[in-house]
Ligand binder design. Sequence first.
Ligand code: ADP
Length: 493
Amino acid sequence: MDQFPEGGELWRMTLENSPVGMTLVAPDGRLLAVNRALCEMLGYSTEELRAKTFQEITHPDDLAADIELLQETLAGKRSSYRIVKRYFHAGGKIVWGDLSVSLLRDPDGRPIHFISQIIDVTAQREYELRIAAANRLIGHQRRMLEAVYDTVDVGLVLIDREGHYEGMNRRHHDFMALAFPDGHGGVAGQLGEVFQPDGTTLLAREEMPTYRATRGEEFDDQRIWVGADPITRRALSVSARTVHDPSGEFAGAALAYKDVTDFMRALEVKDEFVASVSHELRTPLTSILGHLEMLRDRTDLPSDASEQVLIVERNALRLGHLVSDLLHVAQVRYGGVQIARTRVDLANLVRDALEAVRPIAGASDIDLLLEAPDSLPAMVDEQRMRQVVDNLVSNALKYSDPGSTVRVRLAASDRRVVFEVADEGIGIEEAELDRLFTRFFRGRQAQQRMTPGTGLGLNIVKAIVEAHDGEVQVRSEVGVGSTFCVSFPLVAP
Ligand code: ADP
């Protein structure tokens, strides 16, 4: 004690005020001395704590390990030990302590007491437990995600901002093998056996889904075929979404490839079926119409029979239009509309078309007005152009209310032909304008009013106008009316 001239008092005060919990423990477990830090840690006064044994304040689950180490120390197998264990606080809660114990022996080697230091590591321990629980959760979620990633029936690909493949799931390996039979370099945009929906045109680099995604494009349902072999190739519908880092910078993209082979094959079968059925229906229909025309011309029929013949003829004509619309749509899917241009006076063509529907307009009390030059010669496919005019005018009448006006305008300006049909009818919802020209699309208003239709007319109009290098535009407002405007280059005769 030479270093403490005050006879050890300073040393006692140091232990008493040490921020580390301290206690002297008798070999039988009695607490001979406890310092302030330990009392505070366990919530007892000095007297209360000294009345306890260390066994009483130790959590039963940790007691055996502590006693075993203590016995080993008493037996001289070790001079000290360290253990993290649980204590009971006076209030009942658990306090985690990092306990270091050494044994003080007298000069003869007999044990006097243990010197124990206890650091409160409850906060640290709780933190560790929370981290361990979070790690378990993350591990669980990662395993779940991996399982989903590898079992979903969709090919998944992740690419980084430079277009390098970061990963793909098992399903996508199958698609890659079909698309890139000679291997893939792991960079977006590599060309391979990847085709347009027609199954024959190869995709260019800038059309490849991964290339588009690397440039930050987001899209859905890009249809492609992968594989050159018509038997094993697959049709895929591709979607892409961009991925951003925490600072919002573009970090890459995720792509999903859904196998839609069965759907695409079913579509092909349906189109072939529609084409062949409508083709087969045409022959008997032509014969029916021919005979009806002859019947109509007879003068010896009773008047009620003549009327019935007219009704049958009207409906047979409707059926004929329907069949040719269907046939047309099926043909368009195979190589577009073929047109044969001849010299046609468009002004006459439009006038004739309007004359044909004038009785219908009259019956519906709709004013049908025409603004057209006396003559407008152009090189167009006459039959197809008549179809365009018929479809647009009959739509305008069909979707208008009695008492309204339909205005038809034909003009040539800037070496372009402009043909416009404007009605004051039910109009079209803005959200529907995009889909108006897709096959079988029918607007909500039209369906609600139960107006008969197939949703093919506008699709046909667009195909024919595009075959004449032109375009169709539409302006519409619900309850106010619609204007369809066709324009195409004037090919002078
Ligand atoms: P259909 O008239 O046989 O249904 P279309 O392809 O000609 O088929 O038209 C598609 C849809 O566009 C129609 O069902 C209707 O909802 C809408 N539409 C076309 N023309 C008009 C029009 N003039 N006014 C209002 N809606 C129209």
